[in-house]
Design a protein around this ligand. Structure first.
Ligand SMILES: C[S@@+](CC[C@H](N)C(=O)[O-])C[C@H]1O[C@@H](n2cnc3c(N)ncnc32)[C@H](O)[C@@H]1O
Length: 466
């Protein structure tokens, strides 16, 4: 029996699945911030370990991904409602404010629920101290919708178009400037490009030739895509549930990544065409497709990667490749372990800023800096030069980046071409006849775009050694 004289206890409501989803989202944001983690790597195992499935998993996923994507806009909104600089707000409290702001401005969570659950979250995760502060800030933010806040906090688009786009579309200023330059005479597409970066992409599968077919993947619930002959998109569902993916006969791969590999395989090569090389192979998506294409063409691919553990991932990704795979090695592509002129086709999928894949890696935009690009360019040039040495006269090298930033694309290609007289740039766009509007910054090069092609912003230059 309970003691009738005891004070009535205020019973805390039991935590609902939605609260657990919010707690999971908060913990993923902490991992992204503290451990430089990637959402797409941390979130799925965390959801599994907490038993979150279906709608609750989808809610947590949208909370994390949307909050990370929109962080630039939300920070400007939060800053406008503080009595101190944003940098003075405790990082964990700021995460809770960002999550609350996303629920208020971009998800259809009623204001009282978005504010109340954020206060509960911060009380549970940080302590009671900042709960009043979180309550006050979020209640102020609930007074306007997203476009209302953008009008209030973004710079005037007429006097500072880059600043406006940066806040309105949540990209760092330097990225907005670099994308504007990369769009060249199509800079009027900037809003579309930045908008496309903020939309979650469909899952795209690749049917590895000789191992699976588009028809098999369509029968498993996908829809054939029009650009790559091997691409199938999934609207929803777990790709791991598709038998061909589980068996390694198909994989998850952006259509742009498929197209650059396909273009290399289609380039005309006179004479011997038996030895293909992938210089920067980890984690192995393009190697798996190239090995399958090599197998169908009677050639064999050597997949090489500097980092040993990533070479291990390549071995896993190419495990089903069969006769099209010569082997996987761990080697520095700038100090090659092969003789000059050994290969007929070479892919250099260079380490780059990755700013072409912001749809899939939303946190990258907040990590990368102009200094990273400056640091990468010498390595990109060295890898392309070594690849040109590795290919035989008459053979082709595909230089690829998952970035449209000119320093990493045309800048690298021009610099390397300027230093040698045995190489010329070839027409690559013509190798992708079904891909409209893909001309790159140098004649013959290809630049794909999320807003035009629904792919990552992959760049491709095809160079032939004479
Ligand atoms: C853009 S990723 C390649 C992605 C891969 N082609 C795929 O489709 O899965 C670049 C890779 O180059 C590797 N890398 C960096 N420096 C290298 C070097 N000097 N030699 C060879 N690989 C290098 C990185 O470790 C990284 O795995």
């Amino acid at each position: 029996m309970s003691d009738p004289r005891a004070k009535p206890q205020r019973r805390r409501p039991r935590s609902t699945p939605a609260d657990q989803a919010r707690a999971a989202a908060f913990d993923v944001l902490a991992a992204i911030r503290e451990k430089d983690a990637y959402t797409n790597l941390v979130l799925p195992p965390l959801l599994r370990s907490r038993g979150l499935t279906g709608r609750d998993a989808a809610f947590a996923t949208e909370l994390v991904s949307g909050t990370v994507r929109r962080q630039g806009t939300y920070d400007a909104v939060i800053a406008a409602n503080l009595d101190r600089p944003l940098a003075k707000v405790d990082a964990a409290v700021l995460d809770a404010l960002r999550l609350g702001t996303h629920q208020l401005l971009a998800m259809r969570v009623p204001s009282h629920a978005a504010v109340g659950t954020s206060v509960d979250l911060v009380r549970a995760k940080v302590g009671p101290g900042p709960s009043g502060f979180v309550n006050a800030v979020l209640r102020k933010i609930s007074a306007h919708d997203l476009s209302g806040w953008v009008r209030r906090v973004a710079p005037d688009p007429a006097s500072d178009p880059v600043g406006f786009a940066s806040v309105a579309h949540s990209h760092p200023r330097w990225v907005v400037s670099a994308f504007t330059t990369a769009l060249g005479d199509r800079a009027d597409e900037l809003d579309d490009l930045l908008g496309a970066d903020n939309a979650p992409p469909k899952v795209t599968l690749v049917a590895r030739p000789g191992l699976s077919t588009v028809e098999e993947l369509v029968a498993a619930g996908g829809a054939a895509s029009s650009l790559s002959p091997y691409a199938v998109t999934l609207d929803s569902g777990d790709p791991g549930g598709v038998a061909a993916v589980a068996e390694g006969r198909a994989g998850v791969q952006d259509e742009g990544s498929q197209l650059v590999a396909v273009a290399l395989s289609r380039a005309a090569v006179e004479g011997r065409d038996e030895r293909w090389l992938d210089v920067c192979a980890g984690p192995g998506g393009k190697s798996a497709l190239l090995a399958a294409l090599a197998g169908s063409a009677g050639a064999r691919l050597l997949a090489s990667e500097r980092q040993v553990h990533r070479a291990g991932l390549v071995a896993g990704a190419t495990a089903t490749a069969g006769t099209g795979l010569l082997g996987v090695v761990a080697a520095d592509g700038t100090r090659p372990a092969w003789r000059d002129g050994s290969f007929d086709r070479v892919l250099v999928d260079a380490p780059c800023s990755g700013l072409g894949a912001l749809r899939r890696r939303p946190e990258s935009r907040w990590r990368r800096t102009q200094a990273d690009v400056d640091d990468l360019v010498p390595l990109q040039r060295a890898l392309l030069s070594s690849a040109l040495d590795a290919v035989r006269p008459g053979g082709v090298v595909a230089y690829v980046t998952c970035s449209p930033v000119l320093a990493e694309t045309s800048g690298v290609v021009e610099a390397v071409l300027a230093g040698r007289d045995d190489v010329h740039l070839e027409e690559a766009a013509g190798l992708l006849p079904g891909v409209p509007d893909c001309a790159g910054p140098l004649p013959g090069t290809v630049q794909l775009w999320p807003h035009r092609h629904g792919t990552d912003a992959m760049f491709l230059a095809l160079l032939r050694r004479s």
